[in-house]
Design a protein around this ligand. Sequence first.
Ligand SMILES: CC(C)(COP(=O)(O)OP(=O)(O)OC[C@H]1O[C@@H](n2cnc3c(N)ncnc32)[C@H](O)[C@@H]1OP(=O)(O)O)[C@@H](O)C(=O)NCCC(=O)NCCS
Length: 140
Amino acid sequence: MEIDIRCECFEVDWKIVSETLKRVGMAFYEPETHRKAFEASHTTVFVYHAAQLIGFGRAISDGVYQGAVYDVAVAPEFQRKGIGTIIMKKILERLPECNIILYATPGKEAFYEALNFRKMKTGMACFRNSEKMKEKGFTE
Ligand SMILES: CC(C)(COP(=O)(O)OP(=O)(O)OC[C@H]1O[C@@H](n2cnc3c(N)ncnc32)[C@H](O)[C@@H]1OP(=O)(O)O)[C@@H](O)C(=O)NCCC(=O)NCCS
């Protein structure tokens, strides 16, 4: 499958970003909110197929030794074709010296394990919507 990988936020259709996150069951907001979050990120990756945005991801980082990955998603009809791996590898490539943390959607840990991520024993989060995150299986 021919794909085009872009790392800039120019001309991204933020409505598709919001809709894709909604379709895959991840937290989604107004398109403009995603634009702000991606534009404020250290690294962004967008994957296109036939001019259609089919996957994306981003990392916030100091660019020196710490980074955190968010909003990695692939449109359902394009999943399990290696696109998620391409997105993650591109993000990691752009943060070569950094420790990278993330929290996987419950059930998606194997995807990150295949990329050498390991579960943290002391990872902690203070979520704004803490009850919902507990219900969804993110926290104890
Ligand atoms: C998780 C996600 C980004 C993976 O993207 P993808 O393009 O489907 O993943 P890949 O094709 O690169 O998968 C690579 C490997 O990861 C593992 N993997 C991927 N999805 C998996 C799943 N749902 N369950 C178990 N293992 C999975 C497999 O080992 C897979 O290799 P294989 O297909 O040869 O078995 C994508 O499924 C997605 O958008 N899911 C919904 C949103 C989400 O949960 N995002 C992650 C937020 S933390």
